[in-house]
Design a protein. Structure first.
Lengths: 573, 346
């Protein structure tokens, strides 16, 4: 455990990708099986403990610390595992203990403190019953030092937050044997912790593990945001365009196992198997291959807003009622494989033809093609992007968040290769609002006041008043964050735990230009509206708060959206 | 009958004020008479009519602001009582930095102690903290949360020396506040047997010389010349925290960014500053020492000046001690003070 903790500790402070890679490879080289395999599982988020959950940690720490002190500490540190690792009191320690109530007798029912190995931790967490777990974990916490406790708690909360992606960890494994990360990626879904067969293979001591997965995930190709200056460098004749849909990127894969039975899987863009959430879509995957597209909710042939999609995503259990009410739809735009044929090195135009043929053969209304947007010049495309309805997007126009621009000869490359795919998003809505509250951030921004609630003017019983319309926590640079943080601290009029109310009024306060992607009605917000993807576009140090926008500006956007997105609303009501 | 504590000390926009003695303690704006606990710039400001402080603190203020930093100065001898108006005052070591002192005010049978910033941990560069029993204890709470438990300082210094041994081709750039922390790190390195030169950023020089002239052995501490930065592979360089990430530090061979501060206990803090080797070394009391000190003073009432007041007030209240936060502005709010020129510290 200590070795693994030391690795996580160093990774947490190492900003450079290549140095991280070296650290992980070094750990793999010098740590025996199965210990290193469990470390790989932890870094790829492949460990799942049924009973060991954040709630368990909270329960333990609540027994030993004053709840108020714990709450304040947690708000300050902004990370549960780290807070508990730091606050965890030695047996009999009085300065954090609850004022009343005794400490549980440590070691009473447990063996004496003993520093466990990672393997022991993982295996114990997986097999110990719920009732025995608290004593077990408490014993480990007593035995480990601060770094060890932190690593153990990170495992249990399943959020390592050390700046290592699953991809990077797999890259480290691949490089042990001079292989490419995709070599590991392709067999990954058939493997299980502690991955002894995988390590044996990359180290040349064993055969290539059978994928065991006839429907594997392949890393998707991602795009770059298009910058204004790119137009000068790019020739419109080399490119094709599609709409950029406001949905969820998915990869749908269908194959056959060794007994010839169909195996169908749906993956998120990070490779998480989400098939169980979309049984209606899995049913529709009557092909042999791997396609790339956008998950949307389509009712009566109309793409619904992202808000509607979210209502389906947020459910834990998928009932027939949910499926009927929120029918999943896949709008496809690329094909990676068909049958045994890997199409990823073919040009986009060829893949597109294969995709069109496949969709036509399927003939299933749940899977359709993302249409191409015709254009000759970049000006044409700009016009289409500004008004998708004018070039055939019809009623789906509001579900379009811009254009995707792809080189006609582009291969399908994993990751975010330069020069092939671009996204050109629709311009956001802007509103000038006044900062009302600041809240401490989490993770990287812990202890900075980095989340800001802002409001716009409306008529109140006593004249004009500010009503909160949203909260934003990004869009600014690190330097701006320092200034905003200082602003909150220096203009505090009220404190509510991690939240500070700042001064605001007609002639006092800070105006924030907020950019957002859309609005919806909300009963949870005082103002009756909720913003989608709000972020700070500009800090208007210069602008008097009295000149910030009024609620009517938002109402107008809302009405426009409702008219176009919900023409059926009246009928439903 | 004993006086009420608020008759002895009250809060004004300038800072804490003693009406019976007509003086301020660590005022943030110019006043007629200021009593200064220690030389950090958020406590010791220039422009007061008269200043009463320890000899070392007066020297530090002179070095920072020029000898004319006040119209008149008076030296406070540690442990000696002085009559000021209707009160008696006494300076006692606070263990924070060279010359730092707590100020005890007594009148009509009531004793109030203003701790200033203080620590209980080992520091070879200043006199150790002395507990002064009192009725009202006025404490800081920079690290007033139970997540702050400073580890053994020597272990942290050894961590630095181990890293130097491990990466002899890289320069270790240690961010440390110019007054106190920098010299403490140097002194500890010497005590742990590090005998090579310790290189200094220009901003560290004057106060380091002052420490040496007070008889604190810091060994050879040359100033880094611009031209030799690229040749300092394997060396330890001490600079202000603001310099660890700027252009200045990038001229060193593959620098390892280190920062000596109590804030380094929280990972996110270290990462926000791009620190690769956090050294948890603080000149303030950690949570356990704050609680222990409050108990040892026997005070029935505690005022908390700045830092994480709420948690410490809560602890006092649940342990039968009356307490209130002062929410004082002007002292490093939660320690984000390095913007202050050469400023406060943590």
């Amino acid at each position: 455990m200590n070795r693994f903790a030391a690795l996580l500790d160093r990774l947490a402070y190492e900003p450079r990708r290549n140095a991280k890679l070296r650290l992980i490879m070094d750990y793999f080289r010098h740590t025996p099986d199965p210990e290193r395999g469990y470390a790989l599982a932890a870094m790829t988020n492949a460990l799942m403990f049924k009973e060991a959950k954040p709630g368990l940690i909270r329960g333990l720490v609540e027994e030993r610390t004053d709840p108020e002190l714990f709450r304040m500490s947690y708000h300050y540190v902004g990370d549960l595992a780290e807070t508990v690792a730091l606050i965890w009191p030695a047996p009999g320690h009085e300065s954090v203990a609850p004022a009343s109530g005794g400490m549980p007798a440590i070691g009473h029912n447990n063996p004496p403190p003993h520093v466990p190995t990672l393997t022991e931790v993982v295996e114990t967490l997986a097999t110990t019953s719920k009732s025995d777990l608290p004593a077990k974990v408490a014993g480990w916490l007593d035995a480990l030092d601060e770094t060890g406790r932190w690593a153990l708690l990170k495992l249990i909360t399943r959020e390592l937050r050390v700046g290592v992606s699953a991809r990077l960890a797999k890259t480290a494994v691949a490089q042990l044997g001079g292989m490419e990360p995709d070599d590991v990626e392709l067999i990954w879904h058939g493997l299980e912790a502690p991955y002894e067969d995988l390590f044996a293979w990359v180290e040349g001591r064993g055969p290539k593990p059978e994928s065991g997965n006839p429907a594997p995930f392949r890393p998707p190709m991602l795009s770059h945001p298009l910058e204004e200056e790119d137009f000068e460098k790019l020739d419109a004749a080399d490119f094709l365009a599609e709409w950029k849909w406001d949905g969820i990127r998915l990869q749908a894969v269908s194959g056959h196992d060794s007994h010839g039975r169909p195996v169908r899987r749906i993956y998120s863009r990070t490779g998480e198997d989400v098939s169980r959430a979309f049984p209606d879509l899995v049913e529709a995957l009557a092909f042999d291959g791997s396609i790339d597209g956008e998950l949307l909710i389509v009712r009566e042939g109309r793409v619904q807003s992202f808000n509607v999609l979210q209502q389906r995503l947020n459910r834990k259990t998928v009932t027939p009622k949910l499926v009927a009410e929120f029918p999943a739809h896949l709008r496809v735009y690329d094909i990676l494989t068909e049958g045994d044929e890997d199409l990823r090195d073919r040009p986009f135009t060829e893949r597109r033809r294969r995709l069109e043929a496949l969709v036509a053969r399927l003939g299933d209304p749940r899977i359709d093609l993302s249409p191409m947007v015709p254009f000759e010049t970049w000006e044409d495309l700009a016009a289409a992007r500004a008004d998708p309805a004018s070039v055939g997007a019809g009623l789906d126009a509001e579900a379009i968040e811009g254009c995707m621009i792809k080189r006609a000869d582009s291969p399908y490359l994993p990751g975010r290769p330069k020069g092939y795919w671009y996204k050109w998003k629709r311009d956001p809505y802007l509103v000038d609002a006044v900062m009302m509250y600041g809240q401490r951030g989490h993770g990287k921004r812990s202890s900075f006041y980095s989340d800001y609630t802002f409001g716009v003017w409306r008529d109140g019983p006593n004249g004009e008043e500010l009503v909160p319309v949203g909260k934003a926590y990004h869009g600014f640079t690190d330097e701006e964050l320092v200034k905003l943080d200082r602003y909150v601290r220096n203009h505090t009029v009220n404190r509510f735990g991690p939240v500070r109310e700042v001064e605001y009024g007609k002639d006092r306060g800070l105006v924030l230009e907020v950019a957002f992607e859309g609005l919806q009605r909300s009963t949870r917000h005082k103002s009756g509206v909720a913003m989608r993807f709000p972020r700070i576009n500009r800090i208007r140090w210069d602008k008097p708060p009295a000149e910030a926008d009024r609620i009517e500006a938002l109402e107008k956007i809302l009405e426009r959206g409702e008219k176009e997105v919900h023409p059926l609303k009246d009928r439903e009501a | 009958m004993a006086l009420r504590s608020t008759d002895i000390l009250s809060q004004t926009p300038q800072g804490l004020y003693c009406p019976l003695g007509d003086f301020h303690i660590d005022p943030i704006r110019p006043v007629k008479r200021a009593l200064i606990t220690h030389g950090h710039s958020d406590h010791a400001r220039s422009g007061h009519r008269s200043v009463l402080a320890t000899r070392e603190t007066l020297r530090i203020m002179g070095a920072r602001y020029g000898e004319d930093f006040a119209d008149g100065t008076q030296e406070a001898a540690l442990g000696e009582s002085l009559r000021l108006g209707d009160v008696t005052v006494r300076f006692t070591p606070a263990g924070h930095v060279l010359g730092s002192a707590q100020i005890t005010i007594e009148a009509g049978g009531t004793r109030v102690v203003v701790s200033g910033d203080y620590k209980r941990a080992e520091d070879p560069t200043c006199l150790p903290y002395e507990v002064v029993p009192c009725d009202v204890f006025i404490t800081e709470a920079t690290f007033g949360l139970p997540v702050f438990r400073h580890p053994d300082t020597r272990g942290e210094v050894r961590k630095l020396m181990d890293s130097v041994a491990l990466f002899p081709e890289r320069t270790h750039i240690v961010g440390a506040y110019a007054l106190g922390k920098a010299q403490r790190v140097m002194a500890l390195l010497r005590e742990e047997g590090y005998d090579r030169p310790i290189y200094l950023h220009g901003a560290m020089e004057r106060l380091t010389e002052l420490y040496k002239s007070e008889g604190i052995p810091l060994g050879e501490t040359p100033k880094v010349a611009a031209s030799e930065r690229s040749k300092l592979a394997g060396a330890i360089v001490i600079c202000p925290p603001s310099s660890i990430q700027d252009l200045w530090s990038r001229k060193f061979p593959d620098p390892v960014t280190c920062f000596a501060s109590g804030w380094m206990r929280v990972r996110a803090r270290a990462r926000q500053k791009g620190v690769e080797l956090p050294l948890v070394i603080s000149d303030h009391s950690d949570w356990d020492d704050l609680c222990r000190t409050i108990r040892e003073t026997g005070a029935g009432e505690v005022w908390v000046t700045h830092g994480q007041e709420d948690a410490l007030v809560h602890w006092c209240t649940t342990h039968g001690i009356r307490a209130r936060p002062l929410h004082m502005l002007g002292y490093g709010d939660e320690g984000e003070v390095e913007e202050a020129p050469q400023g406060g510290e943590a």
